[in-house]
Design a binder for this molecule. Structure first.
Ligand SMILES: [Fe+2]
Ligand SMILES: [Fe+2]
Length: 167
């Protein structure tokens, strides 16, 4: 599949794979989240005849920070939301040769939280794909948890019935 070919070297990189160890949104790891954003970016940019290769590669790298942003540690900075695009860019530059568009995409992906305006259409698309993925990941988590709550409720009722029968 073309999508996998485009990010093959990134998704198999040892450092990038470490993103699997960190949660991004609820049950979704940083790695899965970047994959989701890259997939949406690829589909949208390809459909609109944009530079889908740069956009997809940058989307896969956009959250390359290796710490749990919920936990205060020496690695996790204060104001993570503002600071992590720079961290992701620095980490990505150490591992891959990035073109100007890829750098802009990674650095501006939190727009409008970070004020500086994206320079390319592809950068705007990644900001949207990122927000959309976050929404879907959050929704999936709550949907799954709602199902679990239902199961617990039925199990509780079943246990009560069992106890009453025994008593
Ligand atoms: Fe981010
Ligand atoms: Fe993200």
């Amino acid at each position: 599949m073309e999508f996998d070919e485009i990010i093959k070297d990134i998704k198999n990189n040892k450092t990038v794979l470490q993103m699997k160890n960190f949660r991004q949104h609820y049950d979704t790891s940083c790695y899965e989240h970047c994959m989701n954003v890259a997939k949406y970016t690829y589909l949208i940019c390809k459909k609109h005849n944009l530079d889908y290769i740069s956009a997809t590669r940058a989307a896969m790298l956009h959250d390359l920070f290796l710490y749990d942003w919920r936990v205060k540690s020496s690695k996790s900075p204060r104001f993570h939301g503002y600071k992590h695009p720079k961290i992701a860019l620095e980490n990505s530059k150490k591992l891959f040769d990035l073109n100007e568009k890829e750098k802009d995409i990674i650095l501006k992906h939190m727009w409008p939280l970070t004020l500086s305006l994206p320079k390319y259409k592809e950068s705007f698309i990644v900001t949207l794909a990122d927000k959309y993925s976050t929404f879907i990941e959050t929704k999936e988590y709550y949907k799954h948890n709602y199902k679990l709550q239902k199961i617990y409720r039925y199990a509780y009722v079943f246990l009560c019935l069992l106890v009453f029968r025994i008593v």
